[in-house]
Design a protein around this ligand. Structure first.
Ligand code: SF4
Length: 431
């Protein structure tokens, strides 16, 4: 989400005449787009704000903007007191306050858009967000496109609903227009984003579902691949799974966080499903999309998580054999139900031990899964060059590296796999 918000903001700033600057010490404007999903991420922002304070002291004309989940929908007044050297505060996905500030302070240097009499300057700048920023033009092959903003679910550990506000879907027309504009600039793959992406459309006046949106986007000429994330187990309908199975551009790659493999822990997290329900979902997915890559998220060391409850999570991972598991240690987030009512009683050392155990498990299970691809040919969308090798992904989201002298950015090529590790595959391109 932050990457998509940053892309939108960069395009708008470029429309206002700004150009990228590699060093904050030399920039006229610095915007920090922030994430507070874990304390560690939040601490990093405070470190960056400290360095910016020193720069601003030496160059008071520099403008500093703070954006994203640290600001949230309500935190700006408190942050203004704490960081008086920050000029503008923007909630997630809302660049409006910065555009207004720069206009009010005569910092819109050269407007690169044609004047359109029936629109205000602010609207014209807002609309330019579908342009790729200069640094990405001709290079970017994939893009994130937010389709649902905010979340109304309120899992007990999660700060996102407090910071990103209530769930609201963007309109189908707006999303389709953004994807078309991106494809026109060379984007071949889009990932549709939402905190619960499968709830897309439920709040819109016109009837729409994620399945119906996928059908519209699948019809866009020039687009090759579509992904979406993150799903919630309760909202992954058969209609959606059928659409994934049927639509040729939709990748067989699903991100369905389970978070824990024990019913009591799930209830304490207020996830809204049981382990059995989750297994049913996995069966439904595999019945419709037999080789689907299923990714999940796990939190270890949630308040009260006993060794036996952790083992249930371990067993679930062993049984399901996910294609990727994002493992995080529980981190207390202010104002959440867990922070207010549940003591953080699993030690850091124990959380690390549990994370490492799951990590070892996933390493060995992925090594085994990926070994099965050795000798096989996979289809790879080439995204970038890295240390003299091409880097791309398969529809199942496997990372693949290979060498070739031609310029392959944005091409879909066949690669025969020679070597497989847990996190990536190595191979050679087939002519
Ligand atoms: S569904 Fe996701 S974003 Fe929403 S509260 Fe739960 S973890 Fe947070």
């Amino acid at each position: 989400m932050n990457e998509a918000d940053s892309r939108h903001l960069a395009s708008q700033l470029e429309t206002m005449g700004y150009t990228p600057c590699p060093l904050p010490e030399e920039a006229d404007l610095v915007v920090l787009n922030t994430c507070v999903v874990r304390q560690q991420a939040e601490n990093r922002i405070y470190g960056r704000l400290g360095s910016l304070k020193t720069i601003k002291h030496e160059r008071p004309d520099m403008t500093i903007g703070l954006m994203g989940c640290l600001v949230g929908v309500k935190e700006a007044p408190a942050l203004r007191k704490r960081f008086p050297y920050v000029d503008v505060f923007m909630p997630p996905s809302d660049s409006g306050p910065l555009i207004d500030y720069l206009q009010a302070n005569d910092q819109v240097e050269t407007l690169q858009l044609e004047e359109q009499r029936d629109r205000t300057l602010r609207d014209a700048i807002q609309d330019s967000k579908n342009l790729l920023p200069i640094e990405q033009r001709g290079k970017a092959v994939t893009a994130f496109v937010p389709i649902v903003l905010g979340c109304s679910h309120a899992c007990t550990f999660c700060i996102i609903p407090y910071r990103r506000g209530l769930e609201r879907s963007r309109s189908t027309d707006e999303i389709v227009a953004e994807v078309k504009a991106l494809v026109g600039q060379g984007i071949r793959e889009v990932t549709l984003l939402g905190q619960i992406v499968d709830r897309f459309g439920l709040d819109l006046p016109e009837p729409a579902t994620l399945a119906s949106l996928l059908r519209e986007i699948n019809a866009i000429a020039g687009l090759e691949r579509i992904r979406f994330l993150t799903s919630h187990p309760n909202w992954m309908t058969d209609e959606l799974l059928d659409a994934v199975a049927e639509l040729d551009k939709v990748c067989p790659h699903l991100e369905v966080p389970v978070q824990a493999g024990n019913d009591i822990v799930l209830e304490n997290m207020r996830r809204g499903y049981t382990v059995d329900k989750y297994y049913e979902l996995i069966d439904r997915i595999r019945a419709r999309i037999p080789h689907a890559a299923i990714h999940t998220d796990i939190i270890v060391g949630f308040p009260g998580e006993s060794e036996a409850q952790f083992k249930d999570t371990y067993n679930l991972l062993e049984t399901v054999q996910f294609d990727k598991v994002h493992i995080s240690k529980y981190s207390v987030r202010p104002k959440t139900v867990a922070a207010r009512r549940m003591p953080d009683d699993v030690s850091e050392k124990e959380k690390s031990r549990r994370r490492d155990l799951l990590d070892q498990l996933q390493r060995s299970s992925l090594t085994g899964k990926n070994q099965q691809l050795v000798g096989k040919t996979v289809s790879v969308l080439v995204e970038s060059e890295q240390k003299g090798r091409w880097r791309g992904r398969t529809p199942h989201n496997k990372l693949v590296f290979f060498e070739d002298d031609s310029d392959l950015i944005g091409r879909i090529v066949d690669v025969q796999i020679d070597h497989a590790g847990p996190w990536s595959l190595l191979g050679k391109m087939i002519a």
